[in-house]
Design a protein around this ligand. Structure first.
Ligand code: FPP
Length: 240
């Protein structure tokens, strides 16, 4: 029991440094993204092994749409390919695949592949692999507020209901309503910020920063982050 409570239920990763990793090797940025998919596989396998129940990955932010068009389309292409390639492994290892984010901005083919992969893995229970795609924390809070307002407008006691709401009630409107808040947020590549990621859900997350670039972040680096997490004293603003 004591041992288990030190394994985070939900680990979330801001995968950063693919471009720099490629540049260091005199290669195009895209080479770093390809190698980054290998890190996704390695961390997913390690998360299953360690008994983590949710692994979420910041794969593409709302801000990333402003990158050069060629990089955006090749990243999207890479995601479709990775999803199709990994589906048998997801099914074999009991991995439920979930995509969250502003999916209205994704093209139809990618959305169709995502729906297919989500439906086919819906009953998998070992690990939920959550990919945040076209996601930003502010977008999530705003879409929650809009949905809440639209619902209230339909209901005579709508405003009263909103005034009586708790933060837990509001969570039901976030895109992450069905998944627990992250216990641990990891960011690779030495950047020390959240970059508009899980702003609401990360309120009490432990943060772990490493200089390792994402393509080099494999099982040993994942384990090192879990070891550091196990030493943290989580107080949620209370006195222990
Ligand atoms: C950040 O590095 C990385 C990304 C914006 C893309 C990450 C996406 C993948 C690794 C593909 C994931 C695939 C699946 C199926 C989830 P960067 O380009 O910002 O690197 P830099 O900071 O060195 O420029």
């Amino acid at each position: 029991m004591e041992e288990n409570s030190r394994i985070p239920v939900h680990v979330s990763i801001i995968m950063d440094g693919n471009g720099r990793w490629a540049k260091e090797r005199g290669q195009e940025r895209f080479y770093g993204h390809i190698e980054g998919v290998e890190s996704v596989r390695a961390c997913t396998e390690e998360a299953v092994k360690k008994g983590v129940r949710y692994l979420s990955l910041f794969a593409f932010s709302e801000e990333n749409w402003d990158r050069p068009q060629a990089e955006v389309s090749s990243l999207m292409e890479l995601m479709v390919k990775a999803m199709v390639n990994e589906l048998p492994a997801f099914l074999e290892n009991g991995i439920r695949f979930i995509v969250l984010g502003n999916r209205a901005r994704l093209d139809d083919r990618l959305n169709a592949e995502i729906d297919d992969c989500m439906q086919r893995t819906a009953d998998c229970r070992n690990l939920s692999l959550v990919i945040f795609l076209s996601y930003s924390g502010r977008w999530d809070i705003l879409q929650a507020a809009k949905r809440l307002a639209a619902e209230a407008a339909e209901n005579p006691s709508g405003l009263q209901d909103i005034m009586a709401m708790s933060t837990d009630d509001f969570c039901r409107y976030m895109s992450t309503a069905d998944i627990p808040d992250p216990d641990l947020i990891i960011r690779t590549s030495g950047e020390l910020r959240l970059s508009n990621y899980l702003l609401w859900q990360g309120a009490y997350s432990e943060l772990y920063f490493t200089d390792t670039l994402w393509p080099d972040f494999r099982a040993a680096e994942f384990d090192a982050a879990l070891e550091e997490y196990a030493k943290r004293d989580r107080r949620y603003g209370k006195v222990k």
